[in-house]
Ligand binder design. Structure first.
Ligand SMILES: *C/C=C(C)/C=C/C=C(C)/C=C/C1=C(C)CCCC1(C)C
Length: 242
């Protein structure tokens, strides 16, 4: 027993220059705190917004659990936890699509809009995974297909059916929708940069050398917590106006 403890530390060390380890750790705590915040504030709101806040809580909670595993995986293996990363995304990104649907429901959004966005996000993530983990030699092609699906999502929410619904809803819903659109256009664009930093391709000379995991971790913190706060803010403003 004594031998085990002297040779196997219970908590792995994090070196002062291990930015990946550090951002996994901080990311994990931030996601946990955000999830607690959304869950506990959920009942302060009108029924109409409760589900939206619940979904914000689920997104950050699912991420917190995955960050717990990714932090551990990185500490034990010093490798990117690609599998956990994509399992996290395949659960949380479709939930973000659900958020778009939920806030536009007041303007009569149909489930078909939600399924369309979910379908596109799954294509985006599955092809991204194939390029990053399975067919790394062809990472450029898979990244391009993934990017095309991302582009269609951006189009749909900025200029397509979702935009029309947001305009019909007007007021606080319209402004929340606009902010979420910016998150998808700018915040989500962080991910292809991470992908280019971590896979072989023509872009290596530009992004090579930057840590893919640090970029992904920053993207996740901005997008998951920020996205949730936009929805929270919508519930606060819409409730106080009614
Ligand atoms: C909480 C997690 C989020 C919001 C993850 C979003 C991920 C993306 C928008 C990923 C996009 C990618 C591309 C557009 C091309 C290269 C491959 C991906 C999957 C990194």
């Amino acid at each position: 027993m004594e031998k085990l403890f002297t040779s196997l530390p219970m908590v792995a060390k994090i070196a002062t220059d291990d930015y990946v380890g550090f951002t996994f750790f901080v990311g994990c705590m931030a996601m946990m705190a955000a999830a607690a915040f959304f869950f506990f504030s959920m009942n302060n709101f009108d029924r109409k917004w409760k589900t939206s806040i619940l979904v914000s809580g689920l997104i950050t909670f699912i991420a917190a659990v995955h960050y717990w595993y990714m932090r551990d995986y990185w500490a034990a293996n010093g490798e990117s936890p690609t599998f956990f990363r994509y399992v996290d995304w395949i659960l949380t990104v479709p939930l973000m699509c659900v958020e778009f649907y939920l806030i536009l429901k007041v303007a009569g959004a149909k489930k078909s809009l939600m399924w369309k966005l979910i379908f596109l996000s799954v294509i985006m993530l599955v092809t991204g995974y194939l390029g990053e983990a399975v067919y790394r030699d062809q990472a450029q092609i898979w990244g391009l297909i993934s990017g095309a699906a991302y582009f269609v999502i951006v189009y749909e929410i900025w200029l397509g059916g979702a935009k029309k619904l947001a305009q019909e809803a007007g007021g606080a819903v319209l402004s929340a929708h606009k902010t979420l659109c910016w998150f998808v256009l700018v915040g989500w664009a962080i991910y292809p940069i991470g992908y280019m930093a971590g896979t072989p391709g023509w872009y290596e000379g530009i992004f090579g050398g930057i840590s893919m995991d640090v970029i992904y971790n920053i993207g996740d913190a901005i997008n998951k917590i920020g996205f949730g706060l936009v929805v929270y803010n919508l519930a606060v403003t819409a409730d106080s106006n009614s």
